[in-house]
Design a protein around this ligand. Sequence first.
Ligand code: PLP
Length: 389
Amino acid sequence: MHTAQRVTYFRESVIREMTRLAMDYDAINLSQGYPDFDTPLPLKEAAVNAIREGNNQYSFTWGYLPLREKLAERYTSLLGWTVDPAEHVTVTCGVTEAINVAMLAVSNPGDDVLLIEPGHENFIPAIILAGARPVAVPLEHPEYRLDFERLSACITPRTCALLLNTPHNPTGRVFDAKEIDIVANLAQQHDIVLITDEIYDRILYDGRHHLSPGGFEQLRERTITIGGFSKTYAITGWRLGYMVAPTQLMRAIRPVHDFLTICAPTPLQIAAVMALSFPQDYYDGILSDYHQRRDVMVEILKDLGFTMTVPEGAYYILADYSRMEIPQAQWDSRSFAEWMVREYRVAVVPGSVFYSLPGYGEHCMRFSFSKKVETLLDAGERMRRIKPL
Ligand code: PLP
């Protein structure tokens, strides 16, 4: 059977494989980043009503206008330039589609696209699907800071884009103004398009504020800002995301989105207008819940002998097990994760999954804490049995 060569470069998603193992072993699933608590009721009702009221056909390709208007309002204030819903916003089927669209819109086969590692496992496939070459730049444990020398050393005459995710999965880093300045200078100097994945932009800890790189003067004309609804509103299954970009970039983006998916789901876009109208209380509420979940998870892991950098944002902890007083502390991260799910019925993601660079990510596990506190405590109880001998 004739199949495309490009698929041979993909491996099976280990995150989704861990979710499958979690089901097989009836384990608590701290691997895939989705909540085990429910979507806000008014949002569910808005979606059901939208369907009942007959909004079941394609929406306008770029997205339901009232939703684009809401997004334009928010991003005008986040980015500091006038975001026009008619020109600068496109609603997509999740951030996942948006990243793929961005790659197809800015890169040519043979171009290089920089990405940061550790990083979300969908990024490299998106670059490969566009025919470009992924070039990974590592962040070093434990600070995981963006570094000028490392970034500039990876730039080639074929570098067309840099993909940056902040707040960052899986490290929990929130890149600061100094780090974004580094990116801005390099992007300008080498004429690079910046593609940002800001899906965790409402989940930041200890009073931190999200910095949207597209709001930096040098980056305004060359940034595709991507955001989503999955995480903030606990609707990962709705598949809703969006892209905000200046006119020239948006002109390249829109036909790609159109021919890939036509539009995002109409009734869910209508419900999402309500999400963007939630009062500040809603965001304060999710933030205080996430603070609690983060603190509970950090305590559980520290108690067990894991070491980690406490997350500044997003909802993951990358925890190192190499100092645990158990023989398994020497194992590679894949074996450790399989052992955890089999023996303790807690599913997590091996750190090596987040790197294509050899030798990185071993002895680390990613724990997702987008779960009820009782789920986290239950996982803690199960893992207590692996406490130091
Ligand atoms: N980007 C990052 C950094 C993620 O962590 C995830 C999901 O875990 C996604 C994108 C997927 O986003 P969406 O559900 O909007 O496709």
